[in-house]
Design a protein around this ligand. Structure first.
Ligand code: SAM
Length: 213
């Protein structure tokens, strides 16, 4: 993703702490207090411009959604979307997924969405893939025992790698779709990348995975 230099981006995000949480570490284990309810928490790692999570938050008012994006310039677009919608069940963190343990505690999460994550095709970059075993270990620590990972990508190589990575980690894989948009799956909310790639005729792969049966 090409990023324009916007040094004021961080300051702009900080002006809206009700949307972009400034000290997520202070809410560790207490996110339901921030949302003011006991609804389950779903996060999207590498949320990008927030189209998916904004759509999900509108469709599922009884779920709290948190999007995590490390680039502030990208998150600015998510902020713009969220500002006009004023959704009480949506927040963003301008953070790196690698630091998740600083912000969430065991059992804080019910679902992790991984959408169109960067494929990092070179073997030497495997550790950067958000479906690499070290990231799976993070998700496992934070998800409730019946929690799930929902994964979508346009990249066949990354999909195959991720299925293998899930399987090697002992995850139970279900609802695999090799062509999501031609499947029976209902209620799909498209991400920015999904919209872009499907317009070009590329197929979308999807699966769900859980740590326990
Ligand atoms: N999920 C969006 C979609 O489907 O349209 C964006 C996909 S984009 C290819 C991947 C996004 O993940 C980028 O915005 C990137 O900055 C973010 N990202 C990648 N690694 C990350 C990490 N370790 N922590 C936080 N964000 C990350």
């Amino acid at each position: 993703m090409r990023l324009r230099n916007k040094p004021w981006a961080k300051e702009e995000l900080a002006k809206y702490p009700e949307i972009v949480v400034q000290r997520p570490d202070l809410h560790k284990g207490k996110w339901q207090e921030l949302f003011g309810n006991c609804h389950p928490i779903h996060i999207e790692v590498g949320t990008g411009k927030g189209q998916f999570l904004t759509g999900m938050a509108q469709q599922y008012p009884n779920v709290n959604f948190i999007g995590i994006e490390k680039y502030e310039t990208v998150l600015l677009t998510a902020l713009e979307r969220a500002k006009s919608l004023k959704l009480p069940n949506l927040r963003f963190l301008n953070e790196d997924v690698i630091d998740l343990l600083q912000f969430f505690e065991t059992d804080d999460l019910s679902r992790v969405y991984i959408n169109f994550t960067d494929p990092w095709p070179k073997n030497r970059h495997e550790k950067r893939r958000l479906t690499y075993k070290d990231f799976l270990a993070l998700y496992e620590q934070l998800l409730k025992s019946d929690g799930e990972i929902h994964f979508k990508t346009d990249n066949q190589g990354l999909f195959e790698y991720s299925l293998e990575s899930f399987s090697r980690f002992g995850l139970i894989i279900k609802n695999v779709s090799l062509n999501l948009h031609k499947s029976q799956f209902e209620g799909n909310i498209m991400t920015e990348y999904e919209e872009k790639f499907s317009k070009k005729g590329m197929r979308i792969y999807r699966c769900e995975a859980s740590f326990k049966e």
